[in-house]
Design a protein around this ligand. Structure first.
Ligand SMILES: [Zn+2]
Length: 59
């Protein structure tokens, strides 16, 4: 059985849960509440960073 982890969205401050297997360092998650894209900085303990669209590099 997959373990569910509660994620607090740093953008809308809502919470949602994801499978532990979905938490992969450097991988992206999308907040189902506000659609914000979050990058996993660290798996344990979980650290997330909000992706600021204005920081995207367009090559
Ligand atoms: Zn959110």
């Amino acid at each position: 059985m997959e373990k569910q982890i509660i994620i607090f969205c740093p953008d809308c401050r809502g919470k949602f849960d994801v499978d532990k297997s979905d938490i992969v360092e450097d991988d992206m998650l999308e907040c189902p509440l506000c659609g914000a894209e979050l990058v996993v900085l660290q798996e344990d303990p979980i650290k997330l960073r909000l992706v600021d669209p204005e920081e995207d590099d367009f090559f």
